[in-house]
Design a protein around this ligand. Structure first.
Ligand SMILES: NC(=O)C1=CN([C@@H]2O[C@H](COP(=O)(O)OP(=O)(O)OC[C@H]3O[C@@H](n4cnc5c(N)ncnc54)[C@H](O)[C@@H]3O)[C@@H](O)[C@H]2O)C=CC1
Ligand SMILES: O=C(O)C1=NCCCC1
Length: 349
């Protein structure tokens, strides 16, 4: 099957890379490496011969009344490396992700993911369609892997040599994103977390994830909590991945002296899962300033910078502050580099 698909590509027809193939080609190290390139490119919009750069417009939202929304996410990433796969070779990618968010899909029989996506890749010299890459699994992994990048640079790197690695990870919301974040955090930071707290509005879903993770990570203590505030109380690193439009917890619910939060989910907007006192007392980082002008318009907090600046070491978490927040929104540049990562691995099979 794969040989036929590549043959088609040799005849200049677009390649189709389906979900099962994408799944086989994903790995956390490659994703983190590729996404660091995308996030650095997000900080530079000037064409450059020696640095990654990018160009993008705000994504569009087409509502389907009472059902969901279709987002179009175009972006160009120039002159970036995919170190783990192609070494020092430089890439340029023009891509557009089309993604739907239909929150009722989990209630269908059989259920479907809420977030379904397709990524179109174009030849960056001619604009001709080059590949159609299934984007559902890519969206799940890339969102979790961007949180890994944020956690690595804002929290993990200054603690990884501590002698006792008994940190607690808390996940609020155990749908597709909560699940993949748990797997990514526990795999990419091995032996860092000794305890995992899970909370979900429907408790049985958290119990189901606990049972799956018990098999994948034997030795890890996993607790299922009855409410979101108990879930985060003793946590060092937190992920929120719900559709909640009201805060899940506030600053007084956090007991540890230093906490990093990855806020992923969107309720009425992309900053409704955390109470205002968290945003106002912590260091808040985002993927791209493009998001501030549009989707983070109403945020009543000072945004310290882009994650790409942290990677370049131009911005830092102030360690005297108790809390750092990565406010995730999702960005087209991430999907572009991820589609190219899968494409580059596929043509090398
Ligand atoms: N930042 C980003 O790049 C991305 C963000 N997302 C967002 O992440 C969130 C989770 O997405 P998925 O896991 O794919 O969805 P999912 O449908 O698989 O899971 C949603 C979870 O949220 C919980 N939930 C729903 N409404 C709630 C409420 N009012 N209060 C508390 N919990 C509630 C559900 O119980 C479920 O566990 C969504 O808001 C989605 O839009 C998704 C993909 C990318
Ligand atoms: O970036 C994405 O992909 C998404 N972001 C917000 C929710 C839908 C998917």
């Amino acid at each position: 099957m794969e040989r036929d698909e590549k043959q088609q590509h040799d005849n200049d027809e677009p390649l189709f890379i389906r979900e099962a193939v994408v799944k086989e080609l994903l790995s956390w190290n490659d994703c983190v490496d590729a996404l660091e390139s995308a996030l650095v490119a997000a900080t530079n919009s000037n064409k450059s011969a020696d640095k990654p750069f990018s160009s993008q417009t705000p994504r569009t939202f087409t509502p389907v009344p009472g059902k969901g929304v279709l987002l179009s996410m175009p972006g160009f990433i120039g002159n970036y490396p995919l170190q783990t796969v192609t070494g020092n070779e430089r890439h340029s990618t023009l891509a557009c992700k089309l993604v739907t968010s239909f929150s009722g899909n989990s209630k269908l029989n059989p259920p479907l993911p809420s977030i379904l996506a397709t990524i179109l890749m174009f030849n960056a010299d001619t604009g001709r369609l080059k590949a159609i890459v299934d984007g559902t699994e890519i969206t799940a992994w890339r969102t979790a892997a961007v949180s890994l990048v944020a956690t690595k640079h804002l929290y993990y790197s200054s603690r990884r040599f501590n002698s006792s690695n008994d940190y607690t990870l808390a996940i609020c919301g155990t749908g597709a994103q909560g699940r993949i974040h748990a797997i990514g955090m526990l795999t990419y930071f091995p032996n860092f977390f000794s305890k995992l707290n899970l909370w979900n509005r429907t408790k049985s879903r958290a119990v189901k994830l606990r049972d799956e993770l018990n098999k994948l990570f034997p030795g890890l203590t996993i607790a299922v909590l009855d409410n979101s505030t108990d879930c985060v109380n003793d946590a060092d690193v937190i992920v929120t991945a719900t559709n909640s439009s009201t805060p899940l917890f506030g600053k007084n619910d956090l007991r540890k002296s230093s906490v990093h939060i990855n806020a992923i989910g969107a309720g009425t907007n992309h900053h409704s899962e955390l109470a205002l006192d968290i945003y106002q007392s912590g260091s808040v980082f985002i993927e791209s300033n493009l998001g501030i002008q549009t989707e983070l318009k109403g945020i009543e907090a000072y945004v310290k910078g882009e994650i790409g600046e942290v990677i370049k070491d131009e911005q830092r978490r102030d360690n005297s502050e108790k809390i750092s927040v990565f406010q995730s929104m999702g960005n087209a540049l991430e999907d572009g580099v991820m589609a190219n990562l899968i494409y580059q691995k596929f043509i090398r099979l």
